[in-house]
Structures are given as structure tokens and as C-alpha cells.
Design a protein around this ligand. Structure first.
Ligand code: IYR
Length: 227
């Protein structure tokens, strides 16, 4: 049936249905409390905590298990400043003309603008790169599959892991993000996917008073035995 070697899988805990339901609800409650924060404290966060979260991200499933991602974890204030300056330059153009009125209208409730002080204030910036293809030792291209989906999954793991660890995060996507290749010395085969800002919220940080869809608005069940 399989060409490759396989081994028994025993990675799941042995739970009663009551325990499963309780855990499912606990996780739901945990992620319900996650919000994007734009106002960060400069309080340091030990690298170990970030490392465990990034390593969790690296356990995400990926197309053909190619793991087409690279994470740059930046705490160096000199590099953070370079990133802030370059991001703000792009963002100024975005807010002053590149973005459509329609786009600016939907962003208005979030209160975003071209100023990105959090890129210097927050202790850690995690830049997630999508590897669009690999390179073998001879420099030949190796085809990767579903790279965007894979990197999106890893980013989701990371965001959940940071929240679970008690840290705030901000999914920042200055556009275009090519400056991140230059500053972080990454090859042209890699495309910046997301700039994730993490740390503690500033004292008194506020978030926009927005809500998520109700379950009935985004889930439709077709139970067994209904047809
Ligand atoms: N990249 C800009 C604009 C922006 C776009 C979306 I879509 C957002 O959800 C939030 C912001 C910025 O970061 O300000």
C-alpha cells in the first residue's frame, strides 16, 4: 500500500468524550480571547518562549511535507528600526494613494495608519517567509507544492501558540514587503508572507470593538443520517 516506511501512530491522548468536549470548549474559549493588538509594551520577553512558539509553528502540515517556510526572529533594535523605517515608507504610499477608497473604508474601524511604532517597541518581530521553491546543493530548483497554504497553516499555529503562551500578536502586512528580503538577507526564492509582531500589550492598550461572525453565519452541518 505504501512505498515509504511507516510506523504506528500513537500521538493522540486517550480521552473520554466528556474530556474531549471539555478540551474542545477550553480551546475555543482560549482563542475567543485572542485579539490583534497594535499598542505594545517594550517589556522584554525571553527568547525561549518565542522559540517554543516558533518551533510549534514548524510542526504544521505542509504540501508534500516540504515545510516551505523560514522564520526570522528579530529582537535586535537596530534591525527593528530598519524594518520600521522601510515599512512606514511603503505604508505612507499605501495610505496616501495606493489603497482604494473602498479598502480605506473597511480599514477605518481598525484605526490603522502609516505610523508603525510597534515595529520598534515590541520586543520581537517574527518574519515568516514563504519558500516558493527549494534549492538543492547544486543550486537546482526543487518544486514545492501548496506553499501559500502551508505557510498560512504554520502562521496559524504560531499565532495560536503565542496567544496560548500569554503573548499578544499583530499580523502586519506592509505592502509590498520586498524590503524584508533586503534587510534580512533572504534569497529571491523566498517571499515575505507575514510580519508578526509579538510581546505584551502596552498598559491601557485598547482594541477595536468589533465582533466575529456567529457560528450560524459561517458553519453549516450535514449530520450523518440526514439524507
Ligand atoms: N498594511 C496596512 C493596511 C492594512 C491592511 C489590512 I487588509 C488590514 O487588516 C490592516 C491594515 C497596515 O498594516 O496598516
Amino acid at each position: 500500500m505504501h512505498d515509504s516506511e511507516h510506523r504506528p501512530y500513537n500521538g493522540l491522548p486517550d480521552l473520554t468524550e466528556a474530556e474531549m468536549l471539555a478540551r474542545a470548549k477550553t480551546f475555543h474559549e482560549l482563542v475567543t480571547r485572542r485579539r490583534t493588538v497594535r499598542d505594545f509594551s517594550d517589556r522584554p520577553v525571553p527568547r525561549e518562549i518565542i522559540a517554543a512558539c516558533v518551533q510549534a509553528a514548524g510542526q504544521a502540515p505542509s504540501g508534500a511535507n516540504m515545510q516551505p517556510w523560514h522564520f526570522e526572529v528579530v529582537g535586535d533594535p537596530v534591525i527593528k528600526k530598519q524594518i520600521r523605517l522601510a515599512a512606514e515608507e511603503e505604508e505612507q504610499q499605501f495610505y496616501e494613494g495606493r489603497a482604494s477608497e473602498e479598502w480605506l473604508d473597511v480599514l477605518a474601524p481598525l484605526g490603522t495608519d502609516a505610523e508603525k511604532p510597534f515595529l520598534e517597541t515590541a520586543p520581537w518581530l517574527i518574519v515568516i517567509f514563504e519558500q516558493r521553491y527549494g534549492l538543492d546543493p547544486d543550486g537546482e530548483k526543487i518544486r514545492y507544492y501548496y506553499t501559500k497554504e502551508s505557510v498560512g497553516l504554520a502562521s496559524g499555529f504560531l499565532i495560536a501558540a503565542l496567544h496560548n503562551a500569554g503573548l499578544a500578536s499583530l499580523t502586519h502586512t506592509p505592502s509590498p514587503m520586498g524590503f524584508l528580503n533586503r534587510i534580512l538577507e533572504r534569497p529571491g526564492s523566498e517571499k515575505p508572507f507575514l510580519l508578526l509582531v509579538t510581546g505584551y500589550p502596552a498598559e491601557g492598550a485598547v482594541v477595536p470593538d468589533i465582533t466575529r461572525k456567529e457560528p450560524g453565519e459561517f458553519i453549516h452541518y450535514r449530520d450523518a443520517g440526514e439524507t
